[in-house]
Design a protein around this ligand. Sequence first.
Ligand code: IPE
Ligand code: IPE
Ligand code: MG
Length: 246
Amino acid sequence: MTTSDSESSAAPENGPKHVAIIMDGNGRWAQSRGRPRLFGHHAGAKRVRQIVEACPDLGVKYLTIFAFSTENWKRTQVEVAGLMSLFRRYIAKEARALKAEGVRVRFIGDRVRLDKKLVALMDELEVETSENERVHLTIALNYGGRDEVARATKRLAQDVAAGKLDPGEVDEETLPRYLDTYVLPDPDLVIRTSGEARISNFLLWQSAYAEYEFIDTLWPDFSPEIYAGLVEGFGKRDRRLGGVKA
Ligand code: IPE
Ligand code: IPE
Ligand code: MG
């Protein structure tokens, strides 16, 4: 705690505590260089470490990144297989650094469709970093907001059927306890790179009151400087949350 307090001295006042990023544009970044899409995914993966490392100074305690959506299975078999192998290698390669830097890693999304070896690596990294608290990094992998709400509702219904939950007590506080993100605060700021102004099924419930930044930069070109600028801009926004200014 003491480390994070001193580190956050440069952080903007009223800055976002939880930033979520839709890392988009890897394919176009590669194509504009005449390279295969996977080249862009590799370049994109390399960007992640710098952005994670920038968090403590900016006062960002939680960073959630969208790595693979429930819709991304529609891509070619070559791209999907290449991404899955990239995730496996990324976890194996980055585990040591993440541990040493005090990053607590969590994964959200449905693990059922993922390769068992990949799931084992994900579980292992979660356990190995579970004591860390400098930055909470959440990686959304085979994640879809609608899928998450559907899975949550199924478990909630099972609890009702088992007599553990009274249907009359289900409210806005109850449902999020069944979401994959149950331990995380809601995101304050959602960033999407690559110029698309849509959320593509990311954190639907959780982002109800988030601020959005849609920027043209392609994910492999995203930098700690751009990130710092967006975090700073957030502090200047007038967040009324449905109320009126005094
Ligand atoms: C984002 O980059 C990464 C994933 C969705 C896995 P894209 O692969 O969507 O890149 P573009 O949008 O085609 O440029
Ligand atoms: C969203 O990007 C998913 C991730 C960044 C992992 P996509 O590129 O898949 O989204 P669409 O297809 O443009 O909506
Ligand atoms: Mg895309």
